[in-house]
Design a protein around this ligand. Structure first.
Ligand SMILES: [Zn+2]
Length: 126
């Protein structure tokens, strides 16, 4: 058996993973650092996307070509979650900023147009 951190040979209980508490903390600290770094990079990408969505919305832009939005710096591989609309359309979110893709066009949704896509028409008539 070998220590997971320093690789030193160990004897004793077969479930032992580290030769010392120093090795155990060194291992866990390094993993936590790597995890934080990954999260920070992800967060930076999401934040850039969020700001771009907020900017176009503030300017009253309702849609734009996918390529033009990418040239502004938007990266379509980063979003926080997605939902399916009543017409089976996929609605993407970057935090609270919803948008959709219609072929090569990105459509920026407002709170009102989002609600209309998530609830069937009948629910407005009740
Ligand atoms: Zn060790």
């Amino acid at each position: 058996m070998f220590c997971k951190e320093c690789g030193k040979k160990m004897w004793g209980r077969s479930d032992k993973r580290f030769c010392s508490s120093d090795c155990r903390s060194a291992y866990h600290n390094r993993h936590r650092r790597e995890e934080m770094l990954t999260l920070r990079k992800l967060e930076a990408n999401l934040l850039r996307n969020f700001r771009l969505l907020r900017k176009v919305r503030k300017e009253g832009v309702s849609q734009m070509s996918r390529g033009a939005f990418e040239r502004m710096g938007f990266d379509f591989s980063f979003y926080t979650h997605s939902m399916q609309g009543v017409r089976n359309e996929q609605i993407f979110f970057c935090y609270d900023m919803p948008y959709m893709l219609e072929e090569d066009t990105v459509v920026f949704l407002t709170a009102m147009s989002l609600t209309a896509r998530l609830l069937p028409i009948e629910s407005f008539m009740r």
